[in-house]
Design a protein around this ligand. Structure first.
Ligand code: SF4
Ligand code: MG
Length: 321
């Protein structure tokens, strides 16, 4: 349904003392490609700053891409304008990490949920109250919520409102940008159950952005691992997380405590800081932190190649298998 190919996003950055230096170009996304099938949940994982959110924002044209294409049911999101773009946007929605920051504090929930229907001309104003009540029920909130303001809700309830708002226009794909990261663990589980149910009842596809591998394993069927603007590994969620092939995915896995309290927690911390996109390492971006780095890794960018059915890895080690 969504096919993203060679996505490039650059940002101009002025460096030097008091930002007086020359303008540099930072490559936030460097040839990102993936696709999402109808009803599928694809996880996008990696440390903060690797380009996960930028990927979502660029596909949605919240920020303009500098290269590549994004086809949605064959229609190019990057070439669409005017009414065509508006129609496409209705089909792809985003839910943010911090629902409080994305809800207008002075607006009642009923008005917040009516707004997208007004913008997209969905149904008539007379039908909105019924639709809003149905949406609230669908996300597990009482009908009285329409009269209330965001501050009257808990974090988990606010995230349910954020999800309801995304659903008002009947999307087919949701970008979920760290949707449960700001919530307590018990509340996280409830919101994940809700999202999972919506995926089933609405056959809703999603791109689930997260740094929490446990949550990704629960929610996603497939996973892409990103490192400094590139996808370094892709595969089915369970296979990729149980048996990671890329040294970066292996390090991420090792840095995640195992959920079983009887098992020894292997907190092999990830060595070094993620390199800066301002000055990315040559060749394989991961080479300064990689325990297997070879001479070749400093010079040559490893391409994302299929190494087994459904599994792709960008690492020179794969040539030696
Ligand atoms: Fe490590 Fe080289 Fe593979 Fe990069 S290409 S992950 S540096 S072995
Ligand atoms: Mg982010």
């Amino acid at each position: 349904m969504l096919a993203v190919k060679d996505l490039v996003k650059t940002f101009p950055v002025r460096g030097g003392f008091a930002l007086s230096g020359p303008v540099q170009t930072v490559k936030a996304l460097d040839g990102v490609s993936f696709d999402v099938a109808r009803g599928e949940a694809l996880g996008l994982v990696g440390e903060s700053g690797c380009g996960k959110s930028t990927t979502a924002r660029t596909i949605l044209r919240l920020t303009e891409p500098n290269g590549g294409e994004a086809l949605f049911d064959g229609a190019d999101l990057f070439k669409a304008t005017g009414a065509d773009l508006r129609r496409l946007r209705r089909r792809l929605q985003i839910v943010f990490q911090d629902p409080y920051a994305s809800l207008n504090p002075r607006r009642r929930i009923g008005d917040t949920l009516a707004e997208p229907m007004k913008v997209h001309g969905i149904a008539s104003a007379r039908e909105w109250p019924d639709r809003i009540r149905a949406l609230l029920a669908e996300v597990g909130l009482p009908p009285e919520a329409v009269h209330k303001y965001p501050h009257e809700f808990s974090g988990g309830q606010r995230q349910r409102i954020g999800i309801a708002r995304a659903l008002t226009v009947g999307p087919e794909l949701l970008f979920l940008d760290e949707p449960v990261s700001a919530l307590d663990v018990s509340v996280q589980a409830q919101v994940l159950v809700l999202l999972n149910r919506l995926r089933e009842t609405r056959n809703l596809a999603s791109v689930f952005i997260s740094h929490d591998l446990g949550v990704v394993r629960y929610f996603c069927q497939r996973v892409c691992v990103m490192y400094l603007g590139r996808i370094v590994e892709e595969g089915p969620a369970e296979a990729l997380l149980d048996e990671p092939l890329h040294p970066y995915t292996q390090a991420l896995r090792a840095a995640t405590p195992t959920p079983d309290p009887k098992q020894k927690v292997t907190m092999a911390r990830l060595e070094g800081d993620p390199a800066s996109p301002l000055n990315p390492p040559s060749g394989c971006h991961f080479h300064p932190r990689c325990p297997h780095a070879m001479e070749r890794c400093k010079a040559e960018i490893p391409l994302l190649k299929q190494v087994a059915p459904g599994r792709k890895v960008a690492c020179h080690l794969m040539d030696q298998r």
